[in-house]
Design a protein around this ligand. Structure first.
Ligand code: PHE
Length: 347
C-alpha cells in the first residue's frame, strides 16, 4: 500500500470512529487516538524531515488536510453530543405546529351561581344590593346588634378575633377596637342603617367566619345572604310573604317550609326557617334550616340613632351553602371548597 493510500485509509477509519461515539468521553479518546502526540498522523508529521524533498511537500499537505478534516468532524460531533445532552435534560422542545391543548372550562362556581340567583330574586322584589367588609369591629358584629356582652357568640371559641397588632387602620393608627372576622352578615344591617335613612330594602351576600368544626354540613367559613327591610309599617306578614316568594322562585316549585320560633338578640320575635327535604343523598326526609329571621329589635334602631318606636323592619339571613346543597342535591358542603374540576364542571 502506498503512503497516500495508507493515509486515506487512516482518515476513513478515524471518521468512522468519530461518527460512532456517543459520549464526550469517548470523543476525547478518539481525538487522542487519531490526533494525539502519539498518534500515527502526528508521528508521521514529525518524521517528514526524513523524506525526500519532493515527497515532503505532498505528504505534509495531505497530513495537514486530514488533520483539519478530523478536527472539524470532532468539533461538529462535540456540538451534536452537547445538544443531545441538553435535550435529555429539558425534554423535547414543544412542537409549535401542534394544536393547542384543550383547556378545561368550568362554569361559574356553584356558590357564585347560587348567590347570583338569590340576589336577582331579591332585586326583583325591590331590594338594593349592598356590601360590607369581612373584617369588622366587635361593635358592628355584636354591640350594635343588641348582643349581650356575655353572649356565647362573642366567645373566642366561636368567633375569630384578630390580634390587636394586626389591626392597623388605613391611616396607620392603631385602634383600640377589637377586630374580628365577621360571624354573620348582619353587620351590613348596621352599616346600612347608619348611612341611609329608612325606608329602605337592602340585600347583601358575602363570606362569614365561625370556629365551627368541619363536617358534611359545617365549615369554618361559609356564605350568607342577608336582607333588611325597614319602613314605618313593615310587619311579620311582609317577612313571611317575602320568604315564600323567594323559596318558590329559587327552587322553581313550592317547598314545604316552616317558621320555627327561635332567638336572635337583634330580632323580636325571631324565627328559623326550615325547608322539608324529602331526600338528599345520604340525608333522608328531614327539615333543614336555611335561614334565620325576625322583626328588627327596637334596640338595634336605637343603636344607630333611629327611633325604635317609629320604625319597623324585618331581617333575614340565608346560608348560601345550604341552599346550593338543596338546589343541586349535594350532601357534603366540603365538595364546594375542594376545587375538583370533575365536580365543578357539572354545574
Ligand atoms: N345573623 C343570623 C345568623 O347568622 C341570621 C339572622 C339574620 C337572623 C337576620 C335574624 C335576622 O344566624
Amino acid at each position: 500500500m502506498s503512503g497516500g493510500d495508507a493515509l486515506a485509509k487512516l482518515r476513513e477509519e478515524a471518521l468512522l470512529a468519530i461518527e460512532g461515539v456517543d459520549s464526550m468521553q469517548a470523543l476525547q479518546l478518539v481525538k487522542t487516538q487519531y490526533l494525539g502526540p502519539k498518534s500515527t498522523l502526528m508521528r508521521q508529521l514529525k518524521t517528514l524531515g526524513g523524506l525526500p524533498n519532493e515527497q515532503k511537500v505532498t505528504v505534509g499537505q495531505t497530513i495537514n488536510r486530514i488533520k483539519q478534516d478530523l478536527e472539524q468532524n470532532l468539533t461538529s460531533k462535540g456540538r451534536a453530543l452537547q445538544d443531545k445532552m441538553q435535550l435529555t435534560r429539558l425534554g423535547n422542545p414543544p412542537d409549535p405546529s401542534l394544536a393547542s391543548p384543550v383547556h378545561l372550562q368550568v362554569p361559574l362556581h356553584p356558590l357564585t351561581q347560587t348567590r347570583d340567583k338569590m340576589l336577582s330574586i331579591f332585586t326583583q322584589l325591590g331590594f338594593s344590593i349592598v356590601e360590607g367588609p369581612e373584617i369588622d369591629t366587635e361593635w358592628f358584629c355584636f354591640d350594635a346588634l343588641n348582643v349581650p356582652k356575655n353572649h356565647p357568640a362573642r366567645n373566642e371559641q366561636d368567633t375569630f378575633f384578630l390580634p390587636k397588632s394586626a389591626c392597623v387602620s388605613s391611616t396607620s393608627k392603631r385602634t383600640d377596637e377589637d377586630y374580628l372576622l365577621r360571624a354573620h352578615t348582619s353587620t351590613v344591617q348596621i352599616r346600612t342603617l347608619l348611612e341611609h335613612k329608612p325606608p329602605l330594602k337592602i340585600v347583601s351576600s358575602g363570606r362569614v367566619f365561625r370556629r365551627d368544626t368541619v363536617d358534611a354540613t359545617h365549615n369554618f367559613n361559609f356564605h350568607q345572604t342577608e336582607g333588611l327591610c325597614v319602613s314605618s309599617e313593615t310587619n311579620l306578614l311582609d317577612l313571611k310573604g317575602t320568604l315564600d316568594f323567594f323559596v318558590r322562585a329559587f327552587f322553581g316549585k313550592p317547598y314545604n317550609m316552616r317558621l320555627r320560633p327561635s332567638f336572635f338578640p337583634f330580632t323580636e320575635p325571631s324565627f328559623e326557617m326550615d325547608i322539608f327535604v324529602p331526600h338528599l343523598g345520604k340525608i333522608k326526609d328531614t327539615w333543614i334550616e336555611v335561614c334565620g329571621c325576625g322583626m328588627v329589635h327596637p334596640n338595634v334602631f336605637e343603636a344607630v340613632g333611629l327611633n325604635g318606636q317609629e320604625w319597623q323592619g324585618f331581617a333575614f339571613g340565608f346560608g348560601v351553602e345550604r341552599l346550593a346543597m338543596l338546589l343541586y342535591g349535594i350532601d357534603d358542603v366540603r365538595r364546594f371548597y375542594q376545587n375538583d374540576a370533575r365536580f365543578l364542571k357539572q354545574f
